[in-house]
Design a protein around this ligand. Structure first.
Ligand SMILES: CC(C)(COP(=O)(O)OP(=O)(O)OC[C@H]1O[C@@H](n2cnc3c(N)ncnc32)[C@H](O)[C@@H]1OP(=O)(O)O)[C@@H](O)C(=O)NCCC(=O)NCCS
Length: 171
């Protein structure tokens, strides 16, 4: 069964394999290193707990839950569930970040990771979720639309070549 879990030692082997893949991936949005050195799983687990509670956050960050999507015993994706928006996240970034392990792309996991993430927002009491995506990331915006995303607008973000699509999903 597919599920989102907090980083845990239980999937250490799968974590190391996923990191190996992400390190070679040109499309990654680097959620695998957002909690610190990916080789230090104890540090990752500790930071996941603290950052979720709003402790020890880098300046300007909102509290967030960094979660692994598990299929069987394997990490197949990573999601970042942000508990709020800053002015920057409101323009580009949104409430959710997600990425699928490179060798598992094209199997429908983007749809699933979004579906499961929306349940997390429901639990947090956040009913209007902003999701942003680059225009050329067709697989991602297809998954957003499949999960009820309504295109609000397209914006240009400083230092980014591609246009950003901004979607709202209402639960
Ligand atoms: C973008 C990303 C999350 C997509 O994940 P994925 O698991 O490969 O996507 P899925 O297999 O669920 O595909 C989603 C939809 O896009 C379609 N799709 C996949 N690749 C496509 C492509 N190159 N062109 C057009 N459509 C495509 C799929 O058919 C599917 O549509 P369907 O449900 O109607 O069949 C993944 O490529 C990734 O992790 N990229 C790097 C990080 C990233 O871009 N994250 C998102 C930031 S907004």
């Amino acid at each position: 069964m597919l599920r989102l879990v907090k980083p845990t030692k239980k999937y250490e082997k799968s974590w190391r394999e996923a990191v190996e893949e992400f390190r070679k991936d040109s499309k990654t949005i680097k959620l695998w290193e957002v909690l610190g050195n990916p080789d230090d799983l104890d540090g990752i687990i500790r930071n996941a707990r603290l950052h979720s509670q709003g402790k020890n956050l880098p300046a300007g960050w909102v509290p967030y839950d960094l979660l692994w999507m598990i299929d069987g015993d394997e990490i197949v994706g990573i999601a970042s569930i942000r508990h709020g928006l800053t002015p920057f996240l409101f323009k580009a970034g949104g409430h959710i970040g997600y990425e699928v392990k490179p060798s598992k792309r094209g199997c429908g996991y983007a749809n699933k990771i979004l579906q499961l993430s929306l349940k997390r927002f429901e639990k947090l009491g956040i009913e209007k979720i902003l999701v942003t995506v680059f225009e050329n990331n067709v697989a991602s915006w297809k998954a957003i639309e499949k999960n009820g995303g309504k295109l609000k607008n397209r914006v240009k973000v400083e230092n980014e070549k591609d246009t950003t699509r901004r979607y709202w999903i209402k639960l």
